[in-house]
Design a protein around this ligand. Structure first.
Ligand code: SF4
Length: 386
């Protein structure tokens, strides 16, 4: 039997500075790059027997685009020495706009990278300063244009909505400018304030650092209808694609519970019913791996019931939805479905239910309503959502 190709994720935990909203496993200590590189190479050898074939590879971070060309070249050589990739593998590199220039683009393409994920976040100077980003709106636009001109067919851009004082009018300016460049994919996240971030400290000091919840919802729905109006598929809570072939094949593996291997600090892996994840502390990760140990911080084995709940939870974050048989043990199911359909949060096609764009706003509670964990009568609907 041919092995099922898995997804490969590599966490590159280095950044030039810390953005105000960021709590990712990342450091500005670039002197750790050589130790991290050695450790990753060790991890590759460790996993070569368990994971032999990949059809997606995602270099995320952190800021993978700041890696020196020589390190990237050696990394790809090492990976190709021990792992096999399918000829049509989707290979994504996360890049910050300030790293996008012709020499880098040529190098990335020569390594087989065929998808770029650009961390734009916004095109408005005020937003970018608030988020602590180093680039300007013009640099961001230029990065997108240069990537397309360099022959990258699939360029994805990351956006963040829900900043304090962000009106629909201001947000429309960003969407309009961006749409002109026709990116193949957009990931748009709502700003959330995570513990120990710069914004969390500013919030403690009494500053308003995020838009009100109602405004967040409006911006979310505006984003959804904007991209759909321009022909994009809103195929996951935060993801839009300019057609089926531009959906992120790598991220689909997470939502479909297909196997993936994560290398690097804080990286998560999944296979069968097992999940494990590496320590997030970068020094500790390097020390453990280079001492010949695993750097696994935790692992879990899911029971069939946990797998069912996970399938429901992840499925309801995507336009693929879930088959009704997964919910058959809820005696109130028909009533719940009818309420959610009436409120246009779910659609039903035969034996499958799918969240609508408004339903995505309730992605966390839909599974609880549908499994009967929470009574659906608490549905907090507002006019605009219907
Ligand atoms: S948001 Fe991205 S670029 Fe900014 S500090 Fe976090 S990982 Fe680095």
């Amino acid at each position: 039997m041919r092995p099922q190709p898995a997804g490969l994720y590599l966490h590159v935990p280095f950044c030039r500075c810390r953005c105000s909203y960021c709590d990712f496993a990342a450091t500005t200590e670039l002197s750790l790059v050589p130790a991290w590189y050695q450790a990753v190479c060790q991890e590759v050898r460790r996993w070569q027997k368990d994971f032999s074939l990949f059809d997606t590879f995602y270099l995320g971070g952190g800021t993978p685009s700041l890696l020196q060309p020589s390190i990237l070249i050696y990394l790809f050589e090492e990976l190709r020495r021990f792992f096999r990739f399918t000829p049509d593998a989707e290979i994504t590199l996360e890049a910050n706009p300030e790293d996008v220039f012709p020499e880098n683009l040529r190098l990335w393409r020569s390594l087989g990278i065929n998808r770029l994920s650009l961390g734009l976040q916004s095109l408005e100077e005020e937003d970018l300063r608030f988020l602590g980003r180093r680039h300007t709106g013009l640099v961001a636009e230029k990065a997108l244009r240069t990537s397309l001109e360099a022959g990258f067919d699939c360029v994805s851009v990351d956006l963040i909505s829900g900043l304090p004082g962000q009106t629909e009018k201001k947000w429309e300016r960003v969407l309009t400018r961006l749409e002109k460049e026709k990116p193949a994919h957009i990931s748009c996240y709502q700003l959330t304030i995570k513990k120990s971030t710069i914004l969390a400290v500013r919030k403690e000091n009494g500053e308003r650092v995020v838009a009100e919840e109602k405004q967040q919802e409006k911006l979310f729905l505006q984003t959804s209808s904007w991209w759909r109006k321009h022909g994009y598929l809103h195929y996951e809570v935060s993801s839009f694609a300019a057609g089926e072939r531009y959906k992120s094949r790598h991220n689909l593996k997470y939502w479909r519970r297909q196997p993936y291997l994560g290398l690097g600090p804080a990286a998560h892996s999944f296979s069968g019913n097992r999940r494990w994840w590496n320590v997030a502390d970068i020094r500790r990760y390097c020390e453990m791996i280079l001492a010949g140990c695993e750097a696994v911080a935790g692992r879990e084995e899911l029971t069939p019931e946990q797998e069912r709940l996970e399938e429901i939870f992840l499925g309801l974050r995507t336009a693929e939805g879930v088959p009704l048989h997964l919910l058959s043990d809820n005696p109130q199911l028909e009533r719940t479905l009818s309420t959610l359909q009436k409120n246009r949060l779910l659609s039903r096609e035969g034996e499958r239910i799918r969240p609508t764009p408004a339903g995505y706003l309730f992605a966390d509670v839909l599974p609880l309503w549908l499994t009967g964990e929470l009574p659906v009568s608490v549905l907090p609907l507002s006019e605009e959502m219907c």
